[in-house]
Design a binder for this molecule. Structure first.
Ligand code: PMP
Length: 461
């Protein structure tokens, strides 16, 4: 337990601030980690201690901290036109430029982009567009959206429903109607004894088709997937999975939505995860690395088929009744444009491809550790799953908090990582060098050994 001094920032945080994704009792005891500045892949706390940001914040600060050009882009735009909206046929010049740029970058031909502020708002908009689309086509029964167990698509009432994690449903009376969850394609956890990866992928596809048939194809409007599941534990799909799934969606006239909120903008070694896994989405949501998270902005791209239905419907009923005060806000739009320009100028894809092999090699090195069940990843995202029994894959009991303890011990070593149950996630800024990757995993190795010592002390394994 930390000593919290009265009237310190920590004490005031405990007194006044309700944190998201934080255990209230633990927070009252231990207080917050207060960060005050950042440079490159490092952030510093209020005592001047430096940490490697192994998660790029929330999978998002792709250009690292202290990128002056993004600050300048924001200041320039603030001075010129600090706000405008996109309702009633209005917009600002940078917003037009950003829309054009994004449609140009899209992994498949896309027609229009709608702007919002967060991944949740983008996906909430996706749900509304899907429903609007079905109504526009005169198919009022075709409204169900299939997501997957362990998916993460946001926290609004509707997107938390898409999210397939018990913590986001239990005690919030979710999911809402018309949202269903297919199986999670995690081979290590859900593959059967003796089942090959290809057989597992086939079983996942078969069970999706069964689900569609059981629900009734004329009631299923869309299927949503992250190319690599992020907040559910960095789950890379088994080879062939999406190749098997996409024809099934086509067969039953079901829209395919790619949630690129984490994978978008280089994370998997291509501009979009859709390219890495050969996805052909009708709708694509993106956020986070779009602005390197320096300001909030997200986007929803829709293809021509979806746009035409929306267009024809508004010809009948009038205005498209959706939009946020800050949709297409010129300041985050200017920062996003500058971010995309930097990705191009510094060839961020070549950078990711050049350091990703070292990152993946370092991850795999931990496979022999007695606490490690699986290491997994692609590009510059990965996870290391801790288990009680390496041979049987038996996990620790959730209340033992092994993952949480490991993240805490890594933090003591000057590394910020994220515990997702007992998986430790890594998603560093895309600008990380090979030497910095080495340093990140040296710190992790010390944290992991300290966790192993703690597990034995507590008699947990
Ligand atoms: N989709 C995915 C794949 C995400 O990872 C996240 C956030 N981690 C979201 C949606 C929600 O984004 P936000 O937190 O900006 O609402």
């Amino acid at each position: 337990m930390n000593q919290i001094k009265p009237n310190s920032l920590a004490a005031r945080d405990i007194a006044y601030h309700l944190h998201g994704y934080t255990n209230a009792v633990r927070h009252e005891q231990d207080g917050p980690l207060i960060l005050t500045e950042g440079k490159g892949i490092y952030v510093h706390d209020e005592n001047g201690r430096a940490y490697i940001e192994g998660m790029a914040g929330l999978w998002s600060v792709s250009l690292g901290f202290g990128e002056e050009r993004l600050v300048e882009a924001a200041v320039r735009q603030m001075k010129k036109l600090p706000y405008y909206h996109t309702f009633t046929h209005k917009t600002s010049s940078v917003t037009v430029e950003l829309a054009e740029k994004l449609i140009g970058l899209a992994p498949v031909p896309m027609s229009k982009v709608f702007f919002a502020n967060s991944g949740s708002e983008a996906n909430d908009t996706v749900i509304k567009i899907v429903w609007y689309y079905s109504n526009a086509l005169g198919r009022p029964k075709k409204k169900k959206i299939i997501s997957r167990q362990k998916a993460y698509h946001g926290v609004t009432v509707a997107t938390a429903s898409l999210t397939g994690l018990p913590n986001n449903h239990r005690d919030f009376d979710l999911p809402i109607a018309n949202i269903i969850h297919a199986d999670c394609p995690h081979y290590y956890r859900f593959g059967k004894e003796g089942e090959s990866e290809a057989q597992f992928a086939q079983r996942m596809a078969d069970s999706l088709e069964k689900l569609i048939l059981a629900e009734g194809p004329d009631t299923v409007a869309a299927f949503i997937a992250e190319p690599v599941m992020g907040a559910g534990g960095v789950i890379v799909p088994p080879a062939g999975y999406f190749d098997l799934i996409q024809p099934i969606l086509k067969k039953y006239d079901i829209l395919f939505i790619a949630d690129e909120v984490i994978c978008g903008f280089g994370r998997t070694g291509n501009m979009f995860g859709s390219e890495t896994f050969k996805l052909k989405p009708d709708i694509l949501s993106c956020a986070k690395a779009l602005s390197s998270s320096y300001l909030p902005i997200s986007g929803v791209m829709i293809n021509e088929k979806v746009y035409q239905a929306l267009r024809d419907n508004s010809a009948k009923i009038g205005t498209f009744g959706h939009g946020f005060t800050y949709s297409g806000h010129p300041v985050p739009a200017a920062v996003a444009l500058e971010t995309l320009k930097i990705y191009e100028e510094r060839n961020i894809l070549a950078q990711v491809r050049s350091v990703a092999p070292a990152f993946q090699r370092e991850l795999k090195r931990f496979a022999d550790h007695p606490l490690v069940g699986e290491t997994r990843g692609i590009g510059l995202v990965g996870a290391i799953e801790l288990v009680k029994d390496k041979r049987t894959k038996e996990p620790f009991a959730p209340q033992q908090g092994v993952g949480f303890q490991a993240a805490k011990l890594c933090q003591e070593q000057g590394l910020i990582t994220r515990a997702i149950m007992d998986s430790l996630a890594f998603c560093p800024p895309l600008i990380i060098t090979e030497a910095e990757i080495g340093e990140m995993f040296r710190r992790f190795a010390k944290g992991l050994d300290a966790t192993w010592a703690w597990v034995r002390e507590q008699g947990l394994a």
